[in-house]
Design a binder for this molecule. Sequence first.
Ligand code: CDP
Length: 217
Amino acid sequence: MAIAIDGPAASGKSSTAKAVARALGFHHVDSGALYRAATAARSRQAGAPETWTEASVIEAARIVSLAPTETGFTPLLDGQEAELEMRGDSATDNVSRVAQMPGVRNWVNSIVRKTGQEYDVVVDGRDIGTVVFPNARLKIFLIADPAERARRRLLERLGAEPSAPQISEETARILLRDELDAKQSGRARDAIVIDTTRLARADQIEKIVKLGREAMV
Ligand code: CDP
C-alpha cells in the first residue's frame, strides 16, 4: 500500500510523511532527497551547474545508495550520510534544474517504485500521486502560505525564530523553486488538500494518520 504526500516547497511533506509512516508502521521514502542526492553527487564533480548534462548527472548519481533507517530510507553518497551537502544552499539552488531531466526522474521513480513493491510506503514529493503512484490508496496535497513555509523552514534550520528580513528572503527562494518545479507539481484530482498554515503539526499528522487508517480497511 502506498500513501502519497505531495505539495510545494517546504510545505512540511517530509516531516509529516515520516511521522505518518512511523504511526502506521510504514516505510517513509522522501523522493526529494533522491533529487537532492543526485544534485549533490554531481556537484562533487567539475563544471558549473548551467553546463551539467543529464548523462553526467546520472553517471554521478551512481554513488547514491539507499540505506535503511528507523522509519524508512535515506540516501547515502559513496556509502556516507551527506545531509548537509544535500540540504545546503547549493544543492537547493540547483536541484530544480536536475529535476527537469527526464532520465533523472526515471532514475528516482524506479527506486521509489521498487520500495513500494517491497513495503507499505508513505512517499513524499511533487508527482507521487500523479505519476509515481497514480493508484495510491491515499493522496494528500499539503499547502501553506509561502511566508509560513519560509518561517518553518528557517526555524528548523536555525533552531530559533527567524527575523522578518530572513523570512522575506527565504519566501522569495521558496516561490522561485515553486515556479521552477511547477511542471511536475500538479495536484492529483483525487488528492485531499490540507492547508497547514494555521494547523498545529500534531493535528496535521493526526488527521493524515486517521485518513491512512481509514484507507487501509
Ligand atoms: O523539502 P522541499 O519541499 O524543500 O524539497 P524536496 O522535497 O527536498 O525536493 C527538492 C526538489 O526535488 C524540489 O524542489 C523539486 O525540484 C524536486 N522534486 C521533484 O521534482 N519531484 C519530486 N517528486 C520530489 C522533489
